[in-house]
Design a protein around this ligand. Sequence first.
Ligand code: XIL
Length: 363
Amino acid sequence: MLFTLKSVIPFCLLLSLGMAVISCTDALPEEKGLKDWSEFPIGGAVNIEAVLEDAKLQQIIKQNFNSLTATNDMKMHHVLDADGTFVWGKVDTLVAFCKKNKQHLFGHTLIWHEATPAWVTEKAVEDSLWLRDFLKEYVTTYVTHCKGDVVAWDVVNAAFESHGGAYRESVWYKVLGKEYIADAFRYAHTADPSADLFYNDYNIERDTIKLHSVLKMITALQKENVPITGIGFQMHLRMDVPDETIAYALKKAADTGLKIHLSEVDIIFNTHNDRKYGGQQQYETLTEEMKQRQANKYKNLVKIYRTTVPKEQQYGITFWDFTDRDTWIRSFFKLKDWPTVFDENLNPKPAYYGFVEGLKEQL
Ligand code: XIL
């Protein structure tokens, strides 16, 4: 069992030696998890093959999440083989797993420059008409296959440059212009009118210029009646992003009237430059004081979300990887960091209890 008395008591003692900001006197009953304290869905991002081989991971997932997202299994370079044929194996396994555990499946992601196979880029550059048809066929076939099983999609992911206000110079943008974004939403909606459709991006909680550009695009999409349900804030946070900045961004986004999803939450101590292997190691070890600060950051994030985004617009909060053992931060940025709410041994960290406090606190 994950939260036996044995595992909770030493943890509390340890905390009481430190700042004791995050109390855990009300240890979690075994059957309760994050989803049970929350008024909105709580999700986790998974690699489905790893989950199926790991009983402890499965237990965490069942106990805490009522929504799942695939870290990679549903991306274009994973679902298409080299001749453009769909390979449905992992998608169907994810659908079955979610049905069995009564969890929503959140589709991540239809169009993302990083997941566009090289052969698609090559063909697109030769023949722009081909890319137009491919976009329509890909989105339509995929969303139709998942109709009724995938409740929501990140239709377009990270269509803006990491910083500043420019559209990303991806093959999609270069060949089709920004209209590829509206088109992708329309195709997805036609294929499954009941699916919730999101635009998802990063750094928008801290880069105001990028935020404003994204929101300008969102407002234009709304004016054109493009079927968009919400905005996904990836929320790959750093400890030093001020809470006020996050609150400002969420408020601005909520002002569009759309649903707001914190779609890929993790909180790092070190820094990176948004590029693969672009990490700067500043902290070599995780101290008790750091654990406490991170717990407070998680708590504040949940509170900001609950107070800034109106209830009816709170789509949910999803963790990206959710264990320090599996976090993408370590391999992607080549950083030793501890960004999640479960530690290397898959035990809940102070961050987990901070998150719970953020959910439970009377506002
Ligand atoms: C990441 C995965 O977690 C990694 O395993 C993979 O190597 C790269 O992609 N923003 C996104 C996610 O929208 O799809 C990314 O996922 C993390 C950043």
